[in-house]
Design a protein around this ligand. Structure first.
Ligand code: NAI
Length: 464
């Protein structure tokens, strides 16, 4: 079946960029991205394309090209479902914060709402594509909901997990290592649905990079990929602590180890800990699934990746306190970077949030600078932790528009996001305006130790 109309439910970090690229590469397909968040949709439709709600290098150019040609953003979910031959579900699947599985299982209520809405609205056959990251066997639940509406519509369910990384989303979408499509490959209708999605991607991706599998393999592969990636970060971070105690340098170790072609060099960069909306929630989800199936050893194995990551954030913050003569009470600390990594304005699970929270508990005064994150977001992230009254967060944390202001009269500066611009700062000036001794904590191995020590900084870097 040739797809003419696509609807994507969820205009977030995945729905927005993926649909923009599909629309750009397939001008003959109408793509409508819908969301219940009116502000988000208004921002996607903002006349000034620089105001779209998600910052990703190269994204605004693609949106400018395709928007109002064959790419549309709307809050009318029913209408978009009705018109579509293919519906991507790209809504959030956060960790449950209540009830059974609290703090571990994926909360599928948004997914279920989508399924019920599709079931209610659909009058013609649809292919429903799971784009969100879901527990293995979710497709079965979707099928049950969709097929029990009694209105005679046929649904095919595909799993097409997204492997893009924020910060490089556009490049990843234009040139992915692979695209994975899971479907009911034992039936003719299932095979047809799979091939109609393959045809869409084949407009710009070589066919040998488009993998097709059964639905369960596809769902589980996404969780596995994130678990493996996060595990590499926790593995190198574990070594970083050992390096600090032994005089080895984690960057040198990572290079030596990564040059082994069996291991490979990617995702071996030690840091203050991984963040982002996915790694933690997907591993917790994997741990929960394993436990529910009675696979306790499997669950414990993967849970350790998260425990190590929590430890890394905590020990970085604790080291700041220890180095500043065991107290940061009343001391100004400049935080450079709030996003969970460079080139994104996404702050979900960012290490900066947890390090700042720790320092606030130690009564520090924090000044934050991030080139892409707004003050409201910083406060929202801290308020979400519920560690202290909201007014206190506003009193003790200042968000500023310049890195120099963050360092001004500070006892210490901590680099928590690896923004390129932090390398190029005039560190002489920052040093001059800080209190002495001026402490600099590099949580990203971004800065040159020798240079910074020459300026006069007391320099600490992860794993060195
Ligand atoms: P997001 O939170 O940025 O976007 C989700 C959007 O869905 C929100 O704007 C929300 O308002 C909307 N939504 C929720 N329920 C809705 C409903 N019933 N009808 C209409 N809209 C609704 O989330 P993000 O980051 O885009 O993630 C989406 C999924 O993709 C998650 O399952 C995530 O695990 C997965 N994923 C995320 C990646 C990332 O880098 N952010 C990468 C790969 C997968």
């Amino acid at each position: 079946m040739k797809i003419k109309n696509i609807c994507c439910i969820g205009a977030g970090y995945v729905g927005g960029p993926t649909m923009a690229v599909i629309a750009q590469k397939c001008p003959e397909i109408n793509v409508t991205v819908v969301d219940i968040n009116e502000n988000r949709i208004a921002a996607w439709n903002d006349e000034d394309v620089n105001n779209i709600p998600i910052y990703e290098p190269g994204l605004s150019e693609i949106v400018a090209e395709a928007r109002d040609r064959n790419l549309f953003f709307s809050t009318d979910v029913d209408e978009a479902i009705d018109k579509a031959d293919m519906i991507f579900i790209s809504v959030n699947t956060p960790t449950k914060t209540y009830g059974i599985g609290k703090g571990m299982a994926a909360d599928l209520k948004f997914i279920e709402l989508c399924a019920r809405q599709i079931a209610r609205v659909a009058k013609s056959d649809k292919i429903v594509v799971e784009k969100s990251t879901l527990p293995v066997r979710t497709a079965q639940a979707l099928k049950n909901i969709l097929e029990n509406t009694g209105n005679g519509v046929n649904f095919q369910i595909l799993s097409n997990p997204e492997f893009l990384a924020e910060g490089t989303a556009v490049d990843d979408l234009l040139n992915p290592d692979r695209v994975l499509i899971g479907g009911d490959i034992d039936s003719t209708e299932g095979k047809e649905a799979v091939s109609s999605l393959v045809e869409i991607y084949a407009n710009w991706i070589p066919k040998e990079r488009i993998l097709t599998t059964n639905v369960w393999s596809s769902e589980l592969s996404k969780l596995t990929a994130n678990a493996f990636l996060a595990q590499r970060v926790s593995s190198i971070n574990a070594m970083s602590e050992l390096c600090e105690k032994t005089g080895a340098d984690v960057n040198e170790v990572a290079k030596a180890v990564g040059m082994d072609s069996r291991i490979g060099s990617k995702f071996l960069k030690s840091s203050v800990g991984f963040g982002g909306s996915c790694f933690q929630k997907d591993i917790l989800n994997l741990v929960y699934i394993s436990k529910s199936l009675g696979l306790n050893e499997v669950a414990d194995y993967w849970e350790q990746v998260i425990l190590m990551n929590d430890h890394q954030k905590r020990r970085f913050a604790a080291n700041i306190v220890k180095t500043l003569f065991n107290t940061v009470s009343g001391k100004k600390i400049g935080v450079l970077g709030w996003a969970f990594k460079k080139d994104t304005n996404d702050t979900r699970e960012s290490a900066a949030i947890y390090v700042t929270d720790y320092l606030l508990n130690e009564q520090a005064e924090i000044t934050v600078y991030d080139p892409k994150v707004k003050a409201e977001q910083v406060y929202a992230d801290l308020d979400y932790l519920n560690s202290r009254p909201e007014e206190e967060n506003r009193k003790r944390v200042k968000v500023v528009n310049s890195p120099y202001e963050a360092g001004d009269k500070a006892h210490a500066v901590a680099v928590l996001t690896e923004w390129d611009e932090f390398v190029e700062l005039n560190w002489d000036d920052i040093y001059k305006n800080m209190l002495k001794p001026a402490f600099l904590f590099d949580g990203r191995r971004l800065l040159d130790r020798k240079e910074k020590e020459k300026i006069g900084f007391e320099f600490y870097a992860i794993g060195n």
